[in-house]
Design a protein around this ligand. Structure first.
Ligand SMILES: [Zn+2]
Length: 519
């Protein structure tokens, strides 16, 4: 219990600290798209609201790591992580080859238990308890054993999670399916539970098959996968305080995903709320699956762009009446939607490779970064498939307590070095190819049925009038697009340009206006 409590209080402190942090610089595209990710303290969380939030990670890189001999068996450029950044109390030390298999130790109730040693940090260990929780144990607290590791029985595990963490909530329900790896502990409606179960179960098999196809070995989860779901934001926050706007997370220490049925977007963007909710379930579900089938080691920190991009890659969902998981690697409509203004303005601005360089080295991602990360993963998986598979396979070798991270706030240069080695050094060429490819994708806009705004411009160029057009779901986006175009024009062009703005009932109508205008 003590360890659980201390970990939770450190997460709480972190959330408070995050709330006190100055707001990060507002990226232009963030004004309407509101999804931000941050990964810290072993928790991968999602934010949909708030201007730009950001929880700055605690210092995850071991401060004295330079004094510790680096292991050249590790993925090049990876750094040692602080055990304390996961809430562990064992001291910082080199990660050593794990010399123990199953071990006798005590659980959080101080009862003897057979656990699996997970990682050796100096003389001490992090071990996997039969509940799925990772805990730190000093060398003297573990003893090798030949006894079998038995995951906790799902019903016993659910009861334990409820007793230890959910005692203050009434009307908690549980749901198991013996054939499936999931345990649901929830206060949500039955419909939400059923919908979530359908998405996660179909994803589980699909993601595993896809990873095998990429050439990676996978295995069944060692423990049941726990999904905790709250009906309201108030319950979600009462369970574990999170910065405002966080709606879901995967905790790689407890191995739980935590979700909320009530979407804070409902009052702000009802058109997007349900699609975002479904997408969030799939996104966190992807993190949990990848960390439990052997693709991503728990306590290892992949490059942010790959970790989040691949979760989005594995998590596309469809909208409308049949909200469902579409299949690994399918087009992610929400991310394409977020990329719209990027794609439409890049046509005017030109492409210089900066988006790829900045996304790949980003220590954390804002909303546009998220979409960019998805687009890079999607592009590489389609157009540089063999290299992409090799790259992901290499990252899957990244050991626990190692990360592709940099000291707080600095870009992760090692990520770009890997990127160049696998995918070529010419970021501009890669970005041009990526944008061409994305532009060719036929995607289903989540707001296709809503009002759209069309911007039409004729600009004198020599003897001709050159035509530009755009369409967005808000007038503000058209204005932003226009200001990008204005910067490219000379004074005469600005004076003589003919601008027109049209408001139409849906995206189809907008597209047909553009087709007629451009032709
Ligand atoms: Zn994520």
């Amino acid at each position: 219990m003590a360890q659980i409590n201390s970990r939770f209080s450190s997460a709480r402190e972190l959330a408070k600290k995050a709330a006190r942090q100055p707001k990060a610089r507002l990226h232009r595209s963030l004004k309407s798209s509101r999804r931000v990710a941050c990964k810290t303290n072993g928790i991968v969380w999602l934010v949909f609201l708030g201007s730009v939030i950001l929880a700055l990670p605690t210092q995850v890189v071991a401060q004295d790591s330079s004094a510790i001999a680096e292991d050249n068996q590790q993925v090049k450029g990876s750094r040692l992580l602080q055990p304390s950044s996961f809430g562990f109390k064992i001291p910082v030390a080199q990660v050593l080859p794990n010399d123990l298999g199953n071990v006798e130790t005590i659980d959080d109730d101080e009862q003897p238990v057979v656990a699996k040693s997970y990682v050796k940090v100096g003389e001490n260990y992090v071990v996997l308890l039969p509940t799925g929780q990772l805990v730190d144990r000093f060398a003297k607290q573990v003893k090798a054993t030949n006894a079998k590791f038995e995951p906790t029985d799902p019903k016993v595990l659910a009861r334990k999670v409820i007793t230890e963490n959910l005692g203050r909530f009434s009307n908690i329900k549980t749901h198991f399916n013996a054939a499936k790896p999931y345990i649901f502990i929830y206060t949500t409606s039955e419909n939400f539970r059923k919908g979530t179960e359908k998405i996660l179960v179909s994803m589980f098999n699909g993601v595993r098959a896809y990873a095998e196809n990429m050439g990676m070995e996978t295995h069944k989860p060692d423990v049941p996968l726990v999904v905790i779901m709250f009906q309201t934001q108030a319950e979600f926050q009462a369970y574990q305080a999170m910065p405002q706007g966080v709606v879901a997370y995967y905790d790689m220490v407890s191995n739980h995903i935590v979700l909320c049925e009530e979407s804070p977007l409902l009052n702000i963007r009802p058109d997007l709320a349900q699609g975002q909710l479904i997408s969030t379930i799939a996104h966190e579900g992807a993190h949990q699956i990848l960390h439990n089938i052997g693709v991503q080691n728990r306590l290892s920190m992949w490059p942010m762009w790959l970790s989040e991009g691949i979760a989005e890659f594995f998590a596309p969902t469809s909208f409308g009446r049949s909200m469902r998981w579409k299949g690994a690697g399918d087009i992610n409509n929400l991310r394409m939607f977020e990329l719209e203004s990027f794609l439409q303005t890049r046509f005017i601005e030109g492409v210089d490779g900066k988006t790829i360089r900045e996304t790949v080295t980003a220590p954390r991602l804002d909303s546009t970064g998220y979409a960019a990360a998805w687009s890079i993963v999607h592009f590489l998986s389609r157009k540089k498939r063999r290299k992409f598979n090799e790259y992901v396979t290499q990252m899957s070798q990244l050991k626990p307590m190692r990360g592709m991270v940099a000291p707080s706030g600095e870009p992760v240069i090692a990520n770009l070095e890997h990127f160049h080695a696998f995918f070529g050094e010419d970021s501009q060429e890669n970005e041009e190819n990526m944008i061409d490819y994305l532009g060719s994708l036929d995607y289903e806009s989540p707001v296709a049925g809503f009002v759209h705004y069309v911007g039409l411009v004729m600009v004198p160029e020599g003897d001709e009038m050159k035509r530009y057009a755009c369409c967005f779901h808000t007038q503000q986006k058209v204005d932003e697009w226009k200001s990008v175009l204005l910067k490219k024009l000379n004074d005469t062009q600005v004076q003589q340009a003919k601008w027109e703005l049209k408001r139409v009932k849906n995206r189809g109508a907008a597209n047909s206006i553009i087709r007629r205008f451009i032709r």
